[in-house]
Design a protein around this ligand. Structure first.
Ligand SMILES: Cc1cc2nc3c(=O)[nH]c(=O)nc-3n(C[C@H](O)[C@H](O)[C@H](O)COP(=O)(O)OP(=O)(O)OC[C@H]3O[C@@H](n4cnc5c(N)ncnc54)[C@H](O)[C@@H]3O)c2cc1C
Length: 438
């Protein structure tokens, strides 16, 4: 490695912060560019690094769950931000949920303490030509940089939509109606549940389907939603019971005071360590704020809820990774460029940190002239990398961790039918591989 080589990392989000820390660990000097607070994205609300823009949950911690396995792999590979997430966690059953303020503060401390990372508050408007660079500018990459990336990639830029769920103040919830419970009594009873009978659900549904939506801009109208993060109004438009089988599913949530499993339930997840804020699980929405207020106040227990943050919807940008990237996250046509985070088409907080980690590790290896890491698809991270770099370019859409992309087990069909056993075996296979190689 040349003595004075510096890497530019664009974006101090989840991926960029992790990538910068991985580079610093390898002794590489980093210029970490972050445009906030000079220019903001419309979803971020602070000037802090690694801000969680919507839900505060990174999903399951269980190694037999697809997202859980990814976290275990990241821990084994030395991810900084997964460690910080654990240090900043709030109770959320089997999931890893964080206090977002504490999390960002801890990440900022790590960046500053590394002694190798220079944080520059500036918008990068073009891909730097003369230095190695990791592009981790996220789904809300500024327009000027997005345009340059589009020209560089030589393809039409793609996008879809994500929406954010509202947050309410705990003290404004009516606990004569709401109750604490976790589904099937698993883990701590840390979720607040607002129960609905049939009549209450139907009234809620009426308000929802009749609520005015925010009009999409003309250029946004051909865009798609990300299927696993659909706004509630879109789910509701699919039928009266869709929500009862989705985010408002009542099964396994019994109110111990009455012994009743209700017709529908709205769940709220703790959002900060002091447990004063709770977000509505699966309630991402693009309704006008007045309609959101009416809708939330129609939920039993939330009649007087103080809404601390309303839901909003945003465009989400990603590159054509099958065309542009290797499974190491290195760019095919310029070897000193790596992409990381949601912009690669890996969807989700955990996935963004994971690709930041891999891009950081591989950029350091590239600079040292070492072989880059390509993980096999028996690991969740390897499977994600394989998917985004080998799937059909024309129909490429973002993806999150799931068992469908992982290499199949070479075992008897009977074992494969036992989902629990199969996932245990898949998980063991991946973690044993990682432990044996790294
Ligand atoms: C509205 C919305 C809601 C989401 N909700 C969830 C959720 O609930 N759960 C989940 O798992 N995932 C969610 N995601 C998806 C994704 O996990 C997050 O967006 C995640 O933060 C992506 O990490 P990242 O590092 O790629 O980007 P980010 O964390 O957004 O970081 C990118 C950084 O780059 C900066 N930047 C952008 N352009 C420039 C530039 N030109 N120069 C300098 N800096 C720049 C930005 O300010 C930002 O700080 C959501 C995405 C969006 C857009």
């Amino acid at each position: 490695m040349e003595n004075n080589v510096r890497v530019k990392v664009i974006g101090a989000g989840l991926a960029g912060s992790e990538a910068a820390l991985q580079l610093a660990k390898q002794g590489v000097e980093v210029d970490l560019y972050e445009m906030r607070p000079i220019k903001t994205t419309g979803a971020h609300t602070t000037d802090k690094p690694a801000e969680f823009v919507c839900s505060n949950s990174l999903g399951s911690l269980d190694a037999t769950n697809a997202s859980g396995l990814l976290k275990h792999e990241m821990e084994a590979l030395g991810s900084y931000l997964i460690n910080v997430a654990k240090e900043s966690s709030v109770p959320a059953g089997n999931a890893l949920a964080i206090d977002r303020t504490l999390f960002s503060q801890k990440v900022e401390n790590l960046l500053k303490e590394s002694g190798k990372i220079n944080i520059i508050r500036e918008e990068v408007t073009q891909i730097p030509k003369d230095t190695p660079v990791i592009i981790a500018s996220g789904p809300l990459t500024s327009d000027t940089l997005a345009e340059d990336i589009k020209n560089f990639g030589g393809s039409e830029h793609l996008h879809f939509f994500d929406a954010i769920a509202p947050i309410v103040e705990k003290d404004s919830i009516d606990f004569d109606k709401a109750f604490y419970a976790s589904r099937y009594d698993k883990g701590e009873a840390s979720y607040i549940n607002c129960p609905m009978n049939k009549q209450e659900y139907e009234k809620f549904y009426e308000i929802l389907i009749n609520a005015p939506k925010i009009e999409l801009k003309e250029f946004e109208k051909d865009a798609k939603f990300f299927e696993s993060c659909l706004p509630i109004e879109v789910l509701a438009s699919r039928g009266v019971d869709t929500l009862r089988y989705g985010p408002m599913k009542p099964v396994g949530l019994v109110d111990k005071r009455t012994g009743i499993e209700n017709y529908a339930v709205v769940q709220l997840r703790q959002d900060n360590v002091s447990a004063t804020m709770y977000n509505l699980v699966g309630f991402q929405t693009n309704l006008k704020w007045g309609s959101q207020k009416e809708l939330l106040h129609s939920i039993p227990g939330l009649e007087n809820a103080n809404i601390l943050r309303y839901g909003v919807m945003h465009r989400n940008t990603f590159i054509n990774s099958p065309m542009l990237l290797e499974a190491t996250l290195q760019c095919k046509k310029r070897k000193d460029i790596f992409f990381a985070g949601q912009i690669t088409g890996t969807e989700g907080y955990t996935e963004s940190i994971a690709t930041g980690m891999l891009a950081g590790i591989n950029m350091a290896k590239y600079l040292k002239g070492e072989d880059l890491i390509t993980l096999p698809d028996i690991t969740m991270l390897g499977a994600l990398m394989k998917y985004i770099t080998t799937c059909e370019q024309k129909h490429f859409q973002p993806i999150n961790s799931n068992w469908g992309i992982v290499a199949d087990l070479d075992v008897d069909r009977k074992i494969k039918k036992n989902k629990k056993l199969k996932n245990e075996m898949l998980s063991k296979r991946s973690l044993e591989y990682i432990k044996s190689v790294f």
